[in-house]
Design a protein around this ligand. Sequence first.
Ligand code: AMP
Ligand code: GLY
Length: 417
Amino acid sequence: MKVLVIGGGAREHALCRSLSLDPAVSALYCAPGNAGIADVATLRPVDALDGAAVATLATELAADLVVVGPEAPLVAGVADAVRAAGIPVFGPSAEAAQLEGSKAFAKDVMAAAGVPTARSYVCTTPEEVDEALDAFGAPYVVKDDGLAAGKGVVVTDDLAAARAHALACDRVVIEEYLDGPEVSLFAITDGVTVVPLQPAQDFKRALDGDAGPNTGGMGAYSPLPWADPKLVDEVMELVLQPTVDELRRRGTPFSGLLYAGLAITGRGTRVIEFNARFGDPETQVVLARLRTPLAGVLLNAANGSLDTLPPLVWRDDAAVTVVIASHNYPETPRTGDPIEGLLEVAAEDEPDAYVLHAGTRREGNTVVSAGGRVLSVTATGSDLAQARAKAYKAVARIRLDGSQHRTDIAAKAAEGR
Ligand code: AMP
Ligand code: GLY
């Protein structure tokens, strides 16, 4: 099977790494990719947002499957263009991707499907904003309706800051604050059948102790020893299957990866958000634990034959990933800094720990930073404490001027808290 992966972050590196280890994959391409993905896939340049260009590339490569990684191409209709060219694609249509592309649309789907989520108002005027902020009180949760690369959500006790963020957006969703630990649960679906993956936890805030601004995600781990063993079944029944059924009922079936961002509150599990693609960095730890070869799973989803897929097989191992970010991330990340230590990790720590590249590019013989999140250092171990120790040992070998990373990824969970 020839597979083309669209995107160029650590999630796509994790996808390509798993696909490269799958004996069913005879050729693997990534477009546009990054310096690390080049080690496991053949890179091709492409404008990932240009559906016609992606479809042409997929046709030229005689791809049997196209996997669209990031949300922006999905919302732009790239999966539709590839599907129209007659090539199976893992990723939802533009219409179904509105589940991520518009928070107001997601709320509407959840209301229709009876999915538990925060109470919310959609606001377009300053008056509506003030009323909604007043109705819920602090902490205020203000969400840009559209895609904002992980930066559209402000959670704050500061009314002025909440109002300022709301007024800076055209349309906002203002909602009730949900208190409790967060869980990311991914499910693969073909629009009818839903296959949940293992839950993971992401660390959204920039700094240790969950301080600092929201980011795209600074680290993740799986499994979640503290979570109720029935969590996955419960979310399947209350969230994932009803959402997939509702989108099919609307005539816009969702096929691809349905990401449920959940809060485990004192009053039960609530959806914080949906995404229409694999999460980053959670994918790095979820795929590190998946034993079933990945290509067949994705192809079954793309072909509408997930009901024939045997149950997924998971490793007992735990996995931890730590994101190394640029100087000044998430505000105005500095790029172009050389990265050293990659070969030392390859020589000393693989296969237990390895470096997945997020924002990197090659300049001659050096790899330099090319984005806010630069690397996602991933490790597996017999338990979280061991996986964590291995991940941080590898992190310590990496040298990137001005870089930052959290030191507490999976720390509480590893200590059984
Ligand atoms: P989102 O982009 O919707 O995932 O929001 C980013 C982050 O903001 C989430 O991971 C949460 O940490 C936080 N957040 C979003 N909505 C809420 C909410 N209703 N209550 C508390 N925190 C929230
Ligand atoms: N890690 C959060 C996301 O992928 O949206």
